[in-house]
Design a protein around this ligand. Structure first.
Ligand SMILES: *Cc1c(COP(=O)(O)O)cnc(C)c1O
Length: 463
């Protein structure tokens, strides 16, 4: 399988090259030249597979330059860190299914992709004899998943900036208790935006970037998307095929359009088994406005109880835009240039019809989020985290009789205990892995929010 850019500016490259490139060199995002539709015979074979076996089969559709045995080993290694034997178990709760994606080491769904990405990086660097220094900023959640993705790996060091004392105690501990020699936590005396802008400046220093082989683990890496396609197929195959059920719907709490885009890819592979994709947003409703009214324009960022979705620019949107534009890279480049200049794109009636054929959407406000956590707990005794709650609210509202609704559960509720307490009056049970963190040794460098200080720290500790 070859990969191309949504902006048409690169010659087709292999999967391995696509993983190492991350963002396409022409500023676009990388996509496979085609998305295979899976035959009925193949699906019959896939039905009986375990999660790692299915993951290997699905990934093989997009990866032909890693030998099958090696790919299987990478997959098995990636999911051996999960604490549930089904990896992503599906539980029925009343009128919907909950697809629990939070059984990885940091108890959030980003582990599904980042455990795999970390292993792929290590494998490719070993092969090429190269090295990588990952530098990133986090507001709390992605940082720990990235750290756990590469902790202890050879040829990789990781530097993660977080705002000093401005992340939750659990988030801080999840990062700073990782004391592997290749992990460097940097607490910056400032805000998340300060950290983000320091990282940007470091990446803009091109000689520095080249010298230290700086790398990123943000959500635009194709390896992350493809790892997420797997659980849609896994869940769809579990629910269909018995009792006359042919198709399922999914509801997906969305920020960067990454997870929902993986659902879009999964549906193109299984068009007869996946029907509606509901894109659920919190009060940051850019993507809901796009789907319902063809209005993709920036607004201010609101702080909500589902902070991992408090996003305005959806970094994976361009991938869908490319398909919406009929795989026209010139048009996609023009659209993205226009968006960069004006912060807004407006879509005509025809495009809107196509978008609404691809996605349904609903924006869920703070009161509704807290209410659904409470109601769901009262009815089923099951605690939703606030991100999952946004998806469940939208999913239950968009459900149709006879079509199972699968809601993606993207974080363990214990990670967002304060919001849960507001809804049900007490904090959820803390899993033992989180409780154990308080007794662990921590390591973290506290620093002024100055580019110079951070950059020289990276320089000193880079591979
Ligand atoms: C990142 C994240 C999301 C949003 O995922 P996208 O791929 O950005 O749409 C939802 N819930 C949680 C808990 C997250 O960490």
């Amino acid at each position: 399988m070859k990969y191309i850019s949504t902006r048409g500016g690169i010659a087709p490259i292999s999967f391995k090259q696509a993983v190492m490139m991350g963002l396409a060199t022409d500023g676009g995002l990388l996509l496979p030249v085609s998305i295979p539709e899976i035959s009925a015979e193949t699906l019959t074979q896939w039905r009986g597979l375990s999660y790692p076996e299915l993951a290997t089969a699905v990934l093989s559709c997009f990866i032909d330059d890693i030998p099958p045995n090696d790919l299987r080993n990478l997959v098995e290694k990636s999911y051996s860190t999960f604490n549930h034997r089904e990896i992503t178990p599906l539980v029925k709760q009343g009128d919907c299914y909950i697809l629990e994606l939070f059984h990885g080491p940091t108890l959030a769904f980003k582990d599904v992709a980042l455990q795999f990405l970390g292993n792929v990086f290590e494998y490719l660097l070993k092969e090429s004899g190269g090295k990588m220094n990952i530098v990133g900023a986090t507001s709390g959640d992605t940082g720990s998943a990235a750290i756990y993705g590469v902790r202890g790996k050879e040829r990789i060091n990781i530097f993660i900036l977080h705002p000093y004392k401005r992340v939750s105690p659990i988030q801080e501990l999840q990062m700073t208790t990782v004391t592997d020699a290749n992990v460097f936590n940097i607490a910056v005396r400032g805000t998340f935006d300060d950290g983000q802008s320091i990282v940007k400046s470091i990446f803009n220093d091109l000689p520095f970037k080249d010298k230290h082989q700086l790398g990123a683990v943000n959500s635009i890496n194709w390896a992350r998307i493809v790892a997420q396609v797997v659980y849609y197929i896994y869940a769809a195959l579990k629910v269909t095929g018995s009792e006359g059920v042919e198709k399922v719907d999914f509801s997906v709490p969305t920020g960067n359009f990454g997870d929902i885009f993986a659902g879009y890819v999964a549906r193109r592979m299984l068009p007869n088994h996946i029907r509606n994709l509901i894109l659920a947003t919190n009060e940051n409703n850019l993507l809901t406005r796009f789907i319902l009214n063809g209005d993709y324009s920036l607004g201010p960022v609101a702080q909500t109880s589902s902070p991992s979705m408090d996003i305005q620019v959806a970094s994976n949107f361009e991938r869908y835009l490319y398909y919406l534009n009929g795989e026209d890279a010139v048009m996609t480049r023009q659209d993205m240039d226009r968006f960069a200049a004006s912060g807004s794109l407006q879509f005509d009636e025809l495009a809107q019809e196509r978008v609404r054929a691809d996605f349904a959407s609903r924006s869920v406000n703070e009161a509704e989020t807290i209410d659904i956590i409470r109601d769901f707990y009262t009815l089923h005794g099951y605690v939703l985290d606030p991100h999952t709650a946004v998806g469940v609210k939208a999913g239950l509202a968009g459900r149709e009789e006879g079509v199972p609704m699968i809601c993606l559960a993207t974080a363990h509720p214990a990670k967002f205990g304060a919001a849960v307490r507001r809804a049900i009056g007490h904090e959820p049970d803390i899993p033992s892995s989180l409780a154990a963190l308080t007794d662990k040794e921590t390591r973290c460098e506290v620093m002024a929010a100055e580019i110079g200080a951070v950059q020289s720290f990276v320089e000193q500790h880079a591979l």
